[in-house]
Design a protein around this ligand. Sequence first.
Ligand SMILES: *Cc1c(COP(=O)(O)O)cnc(C)c1O
Length: 221
Amino acid sequence: MSVRDNLLRIKSEVPQGVELVAVSKFHPAEVIREAYDAGQRMFGESRVQELVAKATILPHDIRWHFIGHLQTNKVRQLIGKTALIESVDSIRLLNLIDSESQKAGVVTKVLMQVHVAREETKFGFYPEELLDFFERREFENLKATHICGVMGMASNTDDLDRVREDFRSIATIFHSIAGNGDLGLRGFDILSMGMSGDWEIAVEEGADLIRIGTAIFGERQ
Ligand SMILES: *Cc1c(COP(=O)(O)O)cnc(C)c1O
């Protein structure tokens, strides 16, 4: 199956209202171009240098999503290059994104990454931490950053009940923030969850943004 075939098949399976990020990390610009020519415009990268290099040579109407752990010393390079940074995993990072965005004269859209999976290695806020952040209203101090929602990953396991439970936990946190009118949040409406192996379950649990790499581009090198 070609990249084009994979992409078109997945797009035909994804329900209306759910947007697809094609995760192109570790794949060369040529295959991104193939997906682009098949109509895809939203791509996901997990390393700053790689995203910036690809953005330079590929069409400028591509909307790049940053989905990896973002080191604070790389923030400046990334600002102005993304449609969405999906993986804000600390307050320090959030504040740095805000100050660099201000300096650059842009508004950066971000998602807060929430950690529910069992793996120790995954980054993100614990649910209580994230709820606490919103309750303290720290987001009101942001000047050039727009928090648009939540991103999360399920445990990496064959236990599909566990995967569903994880997505449900992520969705619950998202809805408890989005549904809290007292917070006065505007445009907090993106729930990003689901990858190649589990996106159908994520969509059933309410995802409206899914991030698919392997099922489109094949195994990464
Ligand atoms: C790599 C990655 C994906 C895509 O994973 P696949 O299993 O290849 O679809 C999605 N989300 C994040 C955060 C990733 O790092």
